[in-house]
Design a protein around this ligand. Sequence first.
Ligand code: ZN
Length: 203
Amino acid sequence: MAGMKRKGAASVRKSTVEIMKEKAAARKKQIKKATANLKKAAKVRSTMLKKEREERKKLEAKLGPRKFSAADLKEFRELILGKRTEMLEELDTLKESMMDVTTGEYSAESSTYSLHMEQGTDAMEREKTFLFAARGSKFVSQLDDALVRIENGTYGLCRTCGLLVPKERLEAVPTAQTCAEYKNTGVPCERGKIAISLKKESE
Ligand SMILES: [Zn+2]
């Protein structure tokens, strides 16, 4: 009886060891399987990422360059400087016209100049001239900002989509900071939409 008991205990012990061994083996198998799955998933993911990167590259290429050539920038610089000089000259002329010829001071309400005209018309003319001058100096500062953008390499980039504004548009409006579509409709163009979604993805 005692021997059987011992044998029984031993067999129980043995089966426990066996169970543990089996469990260990099963776990090992599980780990192996999980590792294989992870590797497979990683491979799939890297293939997908690679594909995505390629797609992005293709799209980016379609969207065109993000900077004007040095020659283009030089042209824009000259265009802007020309417009700037032109406007400053116009502003000087305006200043002179606002100046009282006899006293060399800006004409005031009671100036002799106003005696030659009807009061109302005179005031209106003066207001128009001031408005024009204000618009002119704003334009000059916008041109200055454009020159800064040429210096820091951001000239011609649309503020909305980040794409290069078409050269023809900048030649017509060298201070433009958005594509014409966005300026006119408040909605980016199709290329712009692609660029914005690409930008969002990479953020
Ligand atoms: Zn744009």
